[in-house]
Design a protein around this ligand. Structure first.
Ligand code: CA
Length: 235
């Protein structure tokens, strides 16, 4: 984990903001607080924190909007976000994940639970970049030369299929929503016009081309897709 990671807490309820700040400072993080969505956006752009603890219900620009705007801005797109919410309905959870929150914590939560989630999300985000060449079961990738082999035979991936595979592998087992995949593979401007069904179509083509290793691309119902990493094979 990053011991001096910067965390921005976005919460309009003073008592909750205070408890969260106290909890995270005790864990050694650098914490700042924003009281509404606009302040959150300004602070995130100015201070580039490592992680946002973002309340869903905020005056003015709400948490989902903050999340959407941060993800759309290349300066803040990679920020880790944990959403806090009083709502526990499945629909809200799915919307939060679709918009790119990394994790979700319903209120009321214990400080210990929050600290554990923060630590886990930061640990996932801090993983090193992929090595230039990479092997996973029968799958071999040379990311720089853009060569993919399955069982020592070259797989002919289209540029989009190649990017899709790289983005999934880079996420190291994390779920990526269709919206995130659209943004990262197709680019944000185009993502607005391309149907998320396009993602499903490319995923299914990519799975086929990867043969037996195609099974590593998992569908997570209501959330998106993830890549089953070789280290998960033993479990
Ligand atoms: Ca609130």
């Amino acid at each position: 984990m990053t011991p001096r990671a910067k965390i921005l807490v976005v919460e309009d309820e003073k008592n909750i903001a205070r408890v969260v700040t106290y909890t995270l400072e005790k864990e050694g993080y650098q914490v700042s607080v924003a009281k509404d969505g606009q302040e959150a956006l300004d602070t995130a752009r100015r201070e580039s924190p490592d992680l946002l603890v973002l309340d869903l219900m905020l005056p003015g620009v709400d948490g989902l909007d903050v999340c959407r705007q941060l993800r759309a801005d290349p300066r803040t797109a990679a920020l880790s976000i944990i959403m806090l919410t009083a709502k526990t309905q499945e629909a809200d959870r799915v919307v939060g994940l679709e918009l790119g929150a990394d994790d979700y914590l319903p209120k009321p939560f214990s400080p210990r639970e929050l600290a554990a989630r923060v630590k886990a999300v930061l640990r996932r985000a801090a993983r090193p970049e992929l090595p230039a060449t990479w092997r996973c079961g029968g799958l071999e990738a040379d990311w720089e030369r853009r060569l993919i082999k399955v069982k020592q035979k070259s797989a002919t991936l289209t540029p989009k299929e190649f990017e899709l595979l790289r983005v999934l592998v880079e996420a190291r087992g994390r779920v990526l929503s269709r919206a995130q995949l659209l943004e990262r593979v197709w680019g944000y401007e185009q993502a607005v016009e391309i149907q998320s069904r396009t993602v499903d179509l490319h995923i299914s083509q990519l799975r086929q081309k990867l043969g037996p290793e195609g099974k590593r691309i998992l569908t997570v119902t209501g959330a998106g897709y993830r890549f089953r990493m070789p280290e998960e094979d033993a479990t």
